[in-house]
Structure formats: structure tokens, C-alpha cells
Ligand binder design. Structure first.
Ligand SMILES: Nc1ncnc2c1ncn2[C@@H]1O[C@H](COP(=O)(O)OP(=O)(O)O)[C@@H](O)[C@H]1O
Ligand SMILES: [Mg+2]
Length: 230
């Protein structure tokens, strides 16, 4: 069965995927949609991030969708390393087909699924497959979380190119956190990515806590990001 929803990737780890995915889920839920979230692999559960406001990815995504963290992500690894290495160190295999099946299970009973990728598109899941392969296998349109500042043009355009090469449908890039008073460079970055990447570029402001996510997500044109065709 075809999934409806979107796949949130990032230009990098720490680029804002979780914030964007959680804001989308919270806004969809607030709009009355039955939304589910899926995170294929979480690494670094033993090494909490420097930003203590936010729980691990699958816990935050579970909180905003009313699910259990284990249903959002069943593959967690302690060290903060790439999934392929985390699995190798744990002596297990990450299987693309199993992740696709898990995503479909997570989506059961929901009207739409928001998937948060792991790192960037070319992050390996195992010796054969990358996060990009998972996005292709799920057949979901892509939303790219990116930083607003210096370096983001290159990272975002590289991600768009890698996505389109694989046939992925890039619906938008989201610059996060977008400052209240963006600099000349940040505004130029937004416009340049839109122009050179032929892509919609949206922004979301800094969110202070879980309660702020729905409002930030509601300002995004997410209905056109989950539609069947662009
Ligand atoms: N809109 C935002 N509001 C608040 N913090 C943000 C926002 N966007 C990014 N951040 C910060 O960036 C960090 C990384 O974002 P996150 O969504 O966890 O990235 P990723 O999932 O790509 O690793 C967060 O811990 C948070 O501190
Ligand atoms: Mg994340």
C-alpha cells in the first residue's frame, strides 16, 4: 500500500530534521489529522545531545503523535555514530526491507506518515544501502531541513541534486531556526537556494519547547508537501 506523507532529511546531522519533523507532526495533529511518525534508526542514545531541552528524536516524535517511542523507532544504538557502524559495533544487521516494513507498521491506522531520516541522504545504513535508498523505497516526497547560515547553499543544493538523481520528489527546503531579524546573508541564502535549486524554501522560527512546535509547523504549507503529486 502506498504511503502518504513526507520524508524529512537534512543537509547533515544536527541540521534540524527532528525539529522540522516534529513541527509538521504537531501541526498535522492540531489540524485533526491522524499522523504517525517513523524514525528508522536512532544512534547516540547513550550520549545525550548538548541541547537538553529536547528528548531523543523518537521520544519527541512519539510525544507529538501520541505514540510510544518504541513504535516510532525500534532500532536504537548507544554510540553516536553512523547507523552502519553502530550496527556493526553491536554485531547486528540493518535491513532495508525490515525498515520499510517497520515504516508501514508505524503508519497503520494513520492518515499520514512523517519519516525523519538519519543524518543526510547518503548516510549508510549498511554496506549496500543508504538513507536515500530508504526514502526511495518508501516513495515519499522529500523535505530538506537546512541551516540558515554560511555553508547552507552548497549543502542544500548538493542534497537536492543527490535526491533528484535518485528520482526523489523534493517538495521543499526548510531553513531552521530562522531568526526574527534575518541577516542579508540569510535572506540571500533563502532566495539563492530557491532560485538555483528550483525549490520552495520555507523557514521556521526558533521553538522553545514542545508546546511551540504546532504553531511553528502550522505556518508551513505542509498540505502541498504530502499531496500525491507536486
Ligand atoms: N526551529 C528551531 N528551534 C529551536 N532549536 C532549533 C531549531 N532548529 C534547530 N534547532 C537546534 O538545532 C539542534 C539540532 O536540531 P535537530 O532537529 O535535532 O537536528 P537533526 O534531527 O537534523 O539532527 C536542536 O537541538 C536545536 O538546538
Ligand atoms: Mg534528529
Amino acid at each position: 500500500m502506498a504511503l502518504r506523507g513526507c520524508f524529512v532529511t537534512g543537509t547533515d546531522t544536527g541540521a534540524g530534521k527532528t525539529i522540522v519533523a516534529a513541527a509538521l507532526c504537531a501541526a498535522m495533529a492540531a489540524a485533526g489529522e491522524r499522523v504517525a511518525a517513523f524514525k528508522p534508526v536512532v544512534t547516540g542514545v547513550a550520549e545525550p545531545s548538548g541541547d537538553s531541552r529536547w528528548p531523543p528524536d523518537h521520544q519527541l516524535l512519539a510525544a507529538v503523535t501520541g505514540a510510544r517511542a518504541h513504535d516510532v523507532c525500534a532500532r536504537t544504538f548507544a554510540p553516536a555514530v553512523s547507523p552502519h557502524l553502530a550496527a556493526e559495533l553491536a554485531g547486528v544487521q540493518i535491513d532495508l526491507g525490515a525498515l520499510v516494513a517497520a515504516a508501514h507498521r508505524a503508519a497503520r491506522g494513520a492518515d499520514m506518515l512523517v519519516v525523519e531520516g538519519v543524518g543526510g541522504l547518503l548516510v549508510p545504513l549498511n554496506a549496500e544501502h543508504s538513507v536515500r535508498d530508504l526514502a526511495v523505497a518508501l516513495g515519499l516526497p522529500l523535505v530538506i531541513a537546512a541551516r540558515p547560515g554560511l555553508g547552507t547553499i552548497n549543502h542544500t543544493l548538493l542534497t537536492i541534486e543527490a535526491a533528484r538523481t535518485a528520482g526523489l520528489d523534493v517538495r521543499a527546503a526548510v531553513l531552521t531556526p530562522w531568526p526574527r531579524r534575518p541577516s542579508v546573508m540569510q535572506r540571500s541564502n533563502r532566495d539563492t537556494i530557491a532560485h538555483l535549486g528550483s525549490v520552495i524554501v520555507a523557514t521556521i522560527p526558533r521553538v522553545d519547547d514542545v508546546d511551540g512546535l504546532a504553531g511553528a509547523g502550522a505556518a508551513l504549507p505542509w498540505t502541498s508537501w504530502i499531496a500525491d503529486t507536486a
